[in-house]
Ligand binder design. Structure first.
Ligand code: FSO
Ligand code: SF4
Length: 541
């Protein structure tokens, strides 16, 4: 196996025997086979679209398939093998027997009949990028592939809420087909990689429309971090639709629903918060789930990443939905009665505990609703600088930089945050500047679009470009949605981004140099104090 797609990859190079995430060699081989099968399907879909055939189903399938290959989503060999078969079925459906033959890698892939056979096939066919190309082209192919996986995740979430755009699927086909095109040089791959960022922006726009169109714009909402005496279900991941269904199906059962990890910002959506049993938030970021799930006295539903291989202590009360699968864990889609039954059979919380609260709901609508006050505060010097401290959390050491950064940010600065990295500081009391909270939770990683809209609106108000704003982006990455978001920021021409805790293993020194030269992207410094001093032009403390 060779997997280098996430930040915790072994030795900072690649996982080659078993994933640090717990992914096994058979699953890795099947994921490679599935991506390769999607490459063949994409080549045929491009040809079919040229013949006027509707390829929407194939587009949806490719998006869903790529989503399952994200870090911490699908650990189950059988479910991936089924998708390989489905890729081939769709490819055959789109193929034309009487037309000129379509050529390209994997356009005639025939999957083995058994899961074991497909594993062997996946190993034999290898990684879904062209290993015969030079290292820099391979690096850009990998960057594009990982960005595509992020796009695929957002496209899936958007589609579940009724939003899709055939242009997004067309890009998935185009990029996957391009992996086999030996005529594309380094520059062409730079273009395709940045185009991934452009398509991701469109995809995040669709998701934003799906979320806000279905559930309303997030409003500032205080979320309890304690608990109250009732039966309980914990919902983790990112999927708002699953949460909605779960809230509806638990209505009147006496069960309270708690969020975990990236589900925290969902408390701010009017159409979700209206449920009185949508009570509070429990726990922190994904990498703490072993301890937190173990201690939770109810059923647990994992809707998307980041699932860790579960411990025996809570295995029998864990359920997966959507793209998530784990061997031996019941998969439930839409009908959550098994989750409800499990919660009813458990003790739930026996007592009341006041754990304090956090404020969420500072999406673009809320923040731009107070734009005049924010602009005044900047003009009169009350707010000197904005920091977007956003991105994923993770288990590796070095991430305390982000906690330090927020703690040490001067009192005349405002911190916007999103994604699970916020759990390093989400409950810090940073106070306010003239009524504007100093810590503003924009939402999930899936809400990066909202942060971009806020930055663009502020730039418009000051009649400058985003790069001229007193705004610095301090990002943390872990998995492939973060790659897609980073490519979007680069596509928008945003410079001077600080990225940590380590740079991606799939970036070669030459590609890094291009990023540095063009976008002035840089790794985070050793300490937060150093970066704060550089950004603010002050002496390090
Ligand atoms: Fe985190 Fe996981 Fe949301 Fe990621 S829970 S790490 S970027 O999947 O998606 O922020
Ligand atoms: Fe390793 Fe990350 Fe790949 Fe898992 S997803 S196998 S941890 S590189």
């Amino acid at each position: 196996m060779f997997c280098n797609q996430c930040e915790q990859t072994a030795r900072g190079v690649a996982c080659t025997t078993v994933g640090v995430c717990g992914k096994k060699e058979d699953v890795s081989a099947l994921q490679d086979l599935l991506v390769n099968a999607c490459r063949g399907l994409s080549t045929v879909a491009i040809d079919a679209a040229g013949r006027g055939i509707d390829t929407t189903e194939a587009g949806r399938f490719v998006a869903d398939s790529l989503f399952t290959t994200l870090t911490n989503v699908d650990f189950e060999a059988a479910s991936i093998a089924e998708k390989v078969d489905e890729a081939v079925r769709l490819r055959e459906e789109l193929a034309c027997e009487t037309c000129a033959e379509v050529s390209g890698p994997f356009v005639d892939l025939t999957p083995a009949a058994s899961v074991e056979g497909q594993v062997a096939q996946g190993i034999e066919l290898g990684s879904p990028w062209d290993v015969s190309r030079d290292d820099d082209v391979q690096a850009l192919q990998q960057t594009t592939l990982y960005g595509l996986k992020g796009v695929a995740a957002y496209a899936h979430h958007a589609r579940v809420l009724g939003q899709e755009d055939s242009a997004v699927y067309a890009y998935l086909f185009k990029a996957l087909d391009a992996f086999g095109d030996a005529s594309l040089d380094l520059n062409a791959w730079v273009g395709l990689t940045l185009e991934c960022g452009e398509v991701n922006l469109r995809t995040m726009e669709l998701l934003d429309a799906g979320n806000t169109g279905t559930y309303g714009h997030p409003v500032p909402t205080e979320v309890p971090l304690g608990h109250r005496p009732n039966k309980a279900i914990l919902v983790s991941g990112h999927d708002l639709r699953d949460l909605q269904l779960l809230l509806e199906q638990t209505e009147g059962t006496g069960i309270d629903v708690y969020t975990h990890g990236e589900m925290l910002p969902t408390h701010a959506y009017p159409e979700l918060k209206k449920h009185p049993h949508f009570y509070g938030h429990y726990g922190t970021a994904w990498q703490n789930q072993h301890k937190e799930f173990e201690a939770f006295p109810g059923a647990i539903l994992m809707t998307t990443n980041c699932l860790m291989p579960p411990r025996d202590s809570y295995k029998e009360r864990l359920f997966t939905s959507g793209p998530v699968h784990f061997p031996g864990i019941p998969h439930v889609d839409g009908d959550f009665s098994a989750v409800v039954d499990k919660a009813l059979a458990m003790s739930g919380f026996a007592d009341e505990a006041d754990g304090g609260s956090v404020l969420v709901g500072f999406g673009r609508n809320t923040v731009l609703g107070v734009a005049p006050q924010v602009i005044d505060a900047v003009k009169n010097g009350a707010i000197k600088h904005f920091f977007l401290v956003g991105g994923c959390d993770g288990a590796k050491p070095g991430r305390n930089y982000y906690t330090d950064f927020v703690e040490q940010a001067p009192a005349d600065t405002v911190v916007l945050t999103l994604a699970c990295g916020k759990f390093r500081f989400f409950d810090k009391q940073l106070g306010d500047i003239g009524g504007i909270p100093r810590l503003l939770d924009v939402g999930q990683c899936n809400d990066a679009y909202s942060a971009i809209k806020i930055a663009v609106a502020l730039a418009d108000a000051f009649e400058v470009g985003v790069n001229e704003l007193p705004l610095s982006m301090i990002l943390s990455w872990y998995e492939q949605k973060a790659v897609a978001i980073l490519l979007t920021l680069l596509h928008l021409g945003i410079t001077d981004i600080r990225l940590g805790p380590t740079l991606p293993a799939f970036i070669t020194p030459n590609v890094l140099q291009v990023l540095v030269d063009t976008f002035d992207i840089k790794p985070i410094a050793e300490t937060a104090a150093e970066d704060l001093a550089t950004i603010l032009g002050t002496e390090a403390a």
